[in-house]
Design a binder for this molecule. Structure first.
Ligand SMILES: O=C[C@H](O)COP(=O)(O)O
Length: 256
């Protein structure tokens, strides 16, 4: 059975003190209020990973993730961090292929396959993002863009490896804009992604992959989005910077 997951992407926000303070609030709220089997993941800037993993402790109900890592195991790559370094902090997840990485740092589908392999080899869970721009949606190309991102990227993985990946559909036009995809729009793409997985691997496999929605998801719209049959949770940006909002989003699965 596929997992329900709510992951927060803090992006490049919060200094060390503010990060600890927000994270402590989230851990306390999640411990008290998150009652189901849903997984909660917080992805802070990498300089905070070790401290937050220590704060979370071993039995924490909140896992920690990085927002990126390099595809190489080690070497002369000034400014970069490796998957094994992320792992050594106590983190368990890595976001890969976020549209901001694709847009501002030139990350391609082909590069991201290398990153996914490195992350999996380190024993970490990739949260792999795909999604179309507004221009691509308006020109009716969104299905082709999504299937292209899968075919050029993750479909190079054998099913055994892909089974360890969490997918996140993030329409670029909905990220940080307040323009959430409607539940119907999001469900349509999630169902399309699952069908692509069924065609590439098989239907049973496709039914086991968690596919998160990301893009202006908040405590108000999450219940309707998460009620869709192919939406297994969210990758949350802005609303993950507020403990109450983020925990309320995670709590949606208390009742599902
Ligand atoms: O990774 C998270 C997404 O970019 C969504 O960000 P947002 O919730 O601020 O729109």
């Amino acid at each position: 059975m596929r997992k329900k997951i709510v992951a927060g992407n803090w992006k490049m926000n919060l200094d060390h003190t503010a990060a600890q303070s927000l994270f402590s609030e989230i851990v306390n709220m999640v411990n008290d209020e998150v009652l189901g089997q849903q997984e909660v993941v917080v992805c802070p800037p990498s300089v905070h990973l070790y401290t937050l993993a220590q704060l979370a402790g071993k039995d924490a109900k909140v896992a920690i993730g990085a927002q990126n890592c390099h595809q190489a195991a080690s070497g002369a790559f000034t400014g970069e961090i490796s998957a094994s370094m992320v792992k050594s902090t106590g983190a368990s997840h890595v976001i890969l292929g976020h549209s901001e990485r694709r847009q501002y740092f030139g990350e391609t589908d082909e590069l991201l396959v290398l990153k996914v392999n490195t992350v999996l080899e380190a024993g970490l869970t990739p949260i792999f993002c795909i999604g179309e721009t507004l221009e691509e949606r308006n020109s009716g190309n969104h299905f082709d863009v999504i299937s292209g991102q899968l075919k050029n990227g993750l479909f190079h993985l054998p099913a055994g490896s892909f089974g360890k990946v969490v997918l996140a559909y993030e329409p670029v036009w909905a990220i940080g804009t307040g323009l959430t995809a409607s539940p119907e729009q999001a469900q349509e793409i999630h169902a399309f992604i699952r069908q692509q997985l069924a065609d590439q691997y098989d239907a049973t496999f496709a039914g086991c992959v968690s596919i998160l929605y990301g893009g202006s998801c908040n405590a108000k719209n999450a219940p309707e989005l998460f009620a869709q049959p192919d939406i297994d949770g969210g990758l949350i940006g802005g609303a993950s910077l507020k403990s109450r909002d983020f925990t309320d989003i995670a709590k949606v699965f208390n009742h599902q």
